[in-house]
Design a protein around this ligand. Structure first.
Ligand SMILES: Nc1ncnc2c1ncn2[C@@H]1O[C@H](COP(=O)(O)OP(=O)(O)OP(=O)(O)O)[C@@H](O)[C@H]1O
Length: 474
């Protein structure tokens, strides 16, 4: 990713006369294109600087010494006020170029852009600061650039300092900061300048877990009213944070829509580009699995007798659901079984279940791994597992026609009412480096009707909950 020249957070506002449309639209990008000039060597750059001027003086038609590279080509989209939009795309797809144009630090070659409101951007990490100045001086400088008066910055300084939480480093030159410290300070500033539009570019990836959580809390709060443009390679973050996503590829908008749909298409294309298209085979019958019994949540008898019982209706495996992979193996069955091995169409949250995933081997496989992820209706991954660690020291192999079966036995979490789905996949290799043979999105769907879970995305079955009162005997 490239950064703007100073890497500074940038302010951009429209004029005073806001039209009715502008009241609704935060950013409108219309047929935007950006062409970079590429020079094969430094001499050509110099020639381009000198020769055309001489040719113009001599009234000759001028010659170019560069190649054109269109980083953005005819890009149009609109972001409404209050929307949180994720921009996804591979390295070099044009995301940063677009951000810089939106932030006003880069000029488009063609097209136009309308930005209604104050933009605060967190672009390249560690950018935005003069390295020779102290953190304190940089706060004043950045906040001023972002539209705060000196008095406003003075009034908010303590809060900014507390948000950044970098201790005495606030009075050290920024050149002595770690990248984590720089992003803490940059984020602290943009969080306190009353921005209307935040442009965040993967910066949250740096910093410790506590700071990331602090940023997330701020962002979620900001998203209630403000507009956010979030650029990331992380589909999980996009699905989690945004209510719309735009996928940019080779400088063009490839898809725009719900984060779930866009991210799934993006991931599919990503794997297909690496491995080629998938194929399909027929369904086979599952083997009966070994029964396992464990202790239940002690409240289950009471909860299950009440209207809080977490009834989960499970729908049948859909082999036609969106899938990708190189076809080296084919997932043929996905099913939830009870502790006796019987197929389930209803599960009660907190009960022991076994998820069975079965696949047929279409080409010799070394070290097959089967995994699953349960997602909520927003596509947020709630929990999942894979077989890698279990077979790490003794990887299996599969020959053509063999059947691979994975069983995951667990206490089903207590799920708040809503729709859920299960992604399943078979790969081979290691957890880090593997070939995806068959990945099915939403292979099985299920629905939670009622729930005792009151906080969090899922409720965990409790082995024990105790409450004691120590009597005051005096
Ligand atoms: N100043 C420049 N001169 C020439 N080419 C450039 C310049 N800046 C960017 N590019 C090219 O434009 C394309 C888009 O770059 P950009 O940084 O916008 O992509 P990106 O999607 O942000 O990538 P990443 O995910 O790696 O950050 C890339 O091929 C890049 O090499």
């Amino acid at each position: 990713m490239s950064s703007n020249e100073l890497g500074m957070p940038v302010v951009q506002t429209t004029g005073d006369s806001e039209s009715k449309q502008a009241e609704l639209v935060a950013i409108r990008v219309n047929s935007l294109s950006k062409c970079y000039q590429i020079y094969d060597n430094p001499r050509d750059r110099l020639k381009q600087f000198v020769v055309p001027r001489l040719q113009r003086l001599a009234r000759k038609s001028s010659k170019h010494y560069f190649r054109e590279f269109w980083a953005l080509k005819d890009v149009s989209f609109e972001i409404k006020k209050g929307e949180s939009v994720g921009i996804i795309g591979r390295n070099g797809s044009g995301k940063s170029t677009m951000l810089q144009i939106i932030c006003g630090t880069l000029h488009p070659s063609a097209g136009d852009i309308e930005v209604n409101g104050r933009v605060a951007a967190l672009l390249e990490l560690g950018s935005g600061f003069n390295p020779e100045f102290t953190g304190r001086e940089n706060v004043y400088m950045n906040a001023g650039v972002l539209g705060l008066t000196l008095q406003q910055t003075k009034d908010r300084f303590a809060e900014i300092e507390a948000f950044a939480d970098i201790g005495d480093f606030i009075d050290q030159p920024v050149k002595t900061y770690s990248s984590g410290m720089m992003v803490r300070l940059a984020f602290a500033v943009i969080a306190h300048v009353d921005a209307d539009i935040l442009v965040i570019d993967e910066a949250l990836a740096v910093g410790d877990a506590f700071f990331t959580q602090k940023c997330m809390r701020f962002l979620r709060h900001f998203m209630k009213t403000g507009t956010v443009l979030f650029v990331s390679h992380d589909t999980g973050a996009i699905k989690n944070l945004c209510n719309r996503a735009i996928w940019i590829e080779k400088g063009k908008v490839l898809q725009e829509g719900s984060p779930k749909d866009v991210c799934e298409s993006y991931l599919e294309a990503f794997y297909e580009a690496q491995q080629g298209k998938s194929s399909t085979t027929k369904l086979k019958i599952l083997k009966k699995h070994d029964g396992v019994r464990v202790q239940k949540d002690q409240r289950m008898a009471f909860i299950n007798a009440s209207n809080l019982r977490n009834d989960l209706q499970i729908f049948k495996f859909d082999p036609e659901s969106a899938s990708f992979g190189d076809g080296g193996a084919q997932i043929t069955a996905v099913e939830f079984l009870d502790s006796d091995g019987s197929s389930l169409s209803w599960v009660v949250g907190g009960e022991l279940v076994t998820l069975v995933v079965q696949a047929t081997v279409n080409q010799p496989l070394e070290g097959p791994i089967i995994g699953f992820t349960v997602k909520d209706r927003l596509g947020q991954a709630l929990f999942g597992e894979n077989t890698y660690l279990t077979n790490m020291d003794n990887p299996l192999s599969g020959s053509i026609g063999d059947e691979v079966q994975a069983e995951f036995t667990f206490l089903m979490p207590i799920l708040p009412p809503g729709d859920y789905s299960v992604n399943v996949a078979i790969a081979s290799g290691t957890q880090v480096q593997h070939i995806q043979h068959h990945w099915i999105s939403d292979a099985v769907m299920f629905k939670s009707q009622s729930s005792s879970s009151s906080t969090g995305l899922i409720g965990i079955p409790m082995h024990q909950i105790k409450l004691d009162v120590a009597r005051n005997l005096t």
